[in-house]
Design a protein around this ligand. Structure first.
Ligand SMILES: Nc1ncnc2c1ncn2[C@@H]1O[C@H](COP(=O)(O)OP(=O)(O)OP(=O)(O)O)[C@@H](O)[C@H]1O
Ligand SMILES: [Mg+2]
Length: 235
């Protein structure tokens, strides 16, 4: 199987300047590999650094040490050293991220928020909107909501808009941070199917799944993250 992502001895230390320079070791020497078509579940207690790891992989946080190598177009890219422009390109083509909460863009309709990733890579508007409608339907978002901005939607509705936006264009590596946390049983099933379909099409997924049943259904492997190892004062 093709290796899509390699993480070597990744660490992330947060320094809280407002708190007298307290340092929080969120990640220490994390190493893992991810192949096309598999789903890896990040496990570990609250505070173990699961979300921090996904944010480092998505290029939101700069690692304090270690290396992230991602297969991008025809190269292997060192993501920890990539420029912001390169990271934008990587997100467009190679890396998808579904966070737990929707970042609402004022005045943009749910339909357009979902269609946007397709438009970004050159799809026609009509075609992108059609694909968005199909996915919103699958995720049981009633058509009366499609033209509205999701700011006033319920937590579960916002999460499904986020999922639709993430899954409308499958990218080779997909990062999922608790994608089913606010969903009911029927919608969790839809997400399970979306993950199955992504794996089948060759995407590699890393996910945090708070729900054991979901995790055992979709994950091929687990990566155990160590419990938090304390805070220390900077010298
Ligand atoms: N932006 C930040 N600034 C400072 N500290 C942070 C930041 N993000 C995370 N941390 C700290 O890093 C540690 C790991 O947090 P993280 O959110 O990655 O945990 P998690 O495993 O996702 O937990 P949960 O299961 O509760 O979501 C925590 O101690 C947290 O306080
Ligand atoms: Mg988290």
């Amino acid at each position: 199987m093709t290796t899509m992502l390699t993480v070597e001895k990744l660490s992330k230390i947060f320094t809280l300047h407002q708190q007298g320079g307290v340092r929080i070791k969120a990640l220490t020497d994390v190493s893992l590999e991810l192949s096309a078509g598999e789903c890896l579940a990040l496990a570990g207690p609250s505070g173990a650094g699961k979300s921090t790891l996904l944010r480092c992989l998505y290029g939101n946080y700069l690692p304090s040490g270690g290396k992230i190598s991602l297969r991008h177009l025809s190269e292997i890219l060192d993501l920890s050293a990539a420029s912001p422009q390169k990271i934008m390109e990587v997100r467009r083509y190679s890396l998808g991220y579904v966070s737990q909460f929707l970042r609402v863009i004022p005045r943009v309709s749910a339909l357009d928020i979902v269609a946007e990733p397709l438009l970004e890579t050159g799809a026609e508007t009509a075609e992108a909107r059609q694909a968005a409608r199909e996915l919103l339907n699958r995720l049981n978002i009633p058509p009366r909501l499609w033209a509205l901005p999701p700011a006033t939607f319920s937590g579960g509705e916002q999460q499904r808009i986020n999922l639709a936006r993430g899954f409308i264009r499958l990218r080779p590596v997909m990062l999922l941070d608790e994608p089913t946390a606010s969903l009911d049983r029927a919608n969790r099933k839809v997400v399970r199917d979306l993950i199955y379909e992504a794996k089948e099409s060759g995407s590699a997924l890393i996910g945090i799944f708070h729900d054991d049943e979901m995790r055992s259904l979709v994950a091929d492997r687990q990566f155990q993250m160590a419990p938090p190892n304390g805070r220390e004062k900077a010298e």
